[in-house]
Design a protein around this ligand. Structure first.
Ligand code: PAF
Length: 280
């Protein structure tokens, strides 16, 4: 595996492969790699000639400085995992390399960035879009792979690619879960033992909401989920929303959209976790 820290070196190396007609599959990450990331990488490796991965904890997408400070980082551990999945190129820049000056770029993604994660994490999606556009520019991938756990991020990135006419295919990949149902996330490693043992309640609630969706209205489902969390003192529900799968707008009647999903964000101790489930 080739490891690069500099943009120019990464571009020059990958350009040779591009010129030779090789396809590049790209998985952008912030490190702390887990099985969810590795699944994206296996698929990218399988569907392309070259697997490129970035590990960069992007400071401008953190709305909470404490979260940025505590974000798990262990590059050597990540490198070992990348070797195992057969990664060909790792791009792992310093912050100064990615952002030599202040970042002023502002995107307008419309209402998809103002709901749910966008409403609770001001500036988050702008920061994601800035780094993803830069990474696409550096790596020039044919396909880029993103997990559906961050479903709203995926919607933003699809919009970014459309708006900027970036020649890359965005490949959404299903959520990878622990055996007990907890969606895999780098943040899970920051849960203490007790928090980790109760964390599957989030997915259990989503599963129950899906079961009940056959006989209940979206509002009844919202009410049920809010009540389920009201009884759980260790959790603080930030939002639970029933929304369509394109605009991510709230849905009040199942017939409003062909694709309807449940989205949740919960604080467990100091850790914020998100998850989602498809109803229709
Ligand atoms: O999903 C993530 O890990 C990050 O938001 C991403 C896409 C790597 C951008 O920093």
């Amino acid at each position: 595996m080739k490891i690069f820290e500099k943009i120019a070196d990464t571009k020059a190396y990958l350009q040779q492969h591009n010129n030779n007609g090789k396809t590049i599959g790209f998985v952008p990450t912030m490190g702390a790699l887990h099985e969810g990331h590795l699944e994206l990488m296996r698929r990218a490796k399988n569907e392309n000639d070259i697997l490129a991965v970035s590990v960069f904890v992007n400071p401008i997408q953190f709305n909470n400085p404490e979260d940025l400070k505590k974000y798990p980082r262990d590059l050597q551990k990540d490198i070992d995992k990348l070797e195992q999945v057969g990664c060909d190129v790792l791009f792992s820049p310093e912050v100064e390399e990615m952002y030599p000056g202040s970042v002023t770029k502002q995107y307008d993604f419309g209402s998809v960035e103002t709901v749910m994660e966008g409403a609770f994490r001001k500036g988050h999606f702008n920061g994601v879009a800035v780094v993803v556009e830069k990474l696409f520019n550096i790596i020039q991938p044919d396909r880029a792979y993103f997990g559906e756990k961050d479903f709203q991020q995926l919607a933003i990135i699809k919009r970014l690619v459309e708006m900027k006419n970036i020649p890359v295919r965005i490949i959404p990949c299903p959520i990878v879960r622990e055996k007990d149902g907890l969606a895999m996330s780098s943040r899970n490693s920051r849960l203490n033992e007790q928090e980790r043992s109760i964390a599957p309640f989030i997915y259990q609630t989503l599963v129950k909401s899906k079961e009940k969706s056959k006989n209940m209205t979206p509002d009844e489902i919202r009410f049920m989920v809010e009540n389920m969390f009201a009884d759980q003192k260790e959790f603080r529900l930030e939002y639970f929303e029933v929304a369509d799968d394109v605009q991510l707008h709230p849905v009040y009647d199942w017939s409003e959209s062909k694709g309807v999903m449940g989205f949740i964000a919960v604080h467990l101790g100091n850790i914020r976790l998100i998850d989602n489930i498809r109803f229709i």
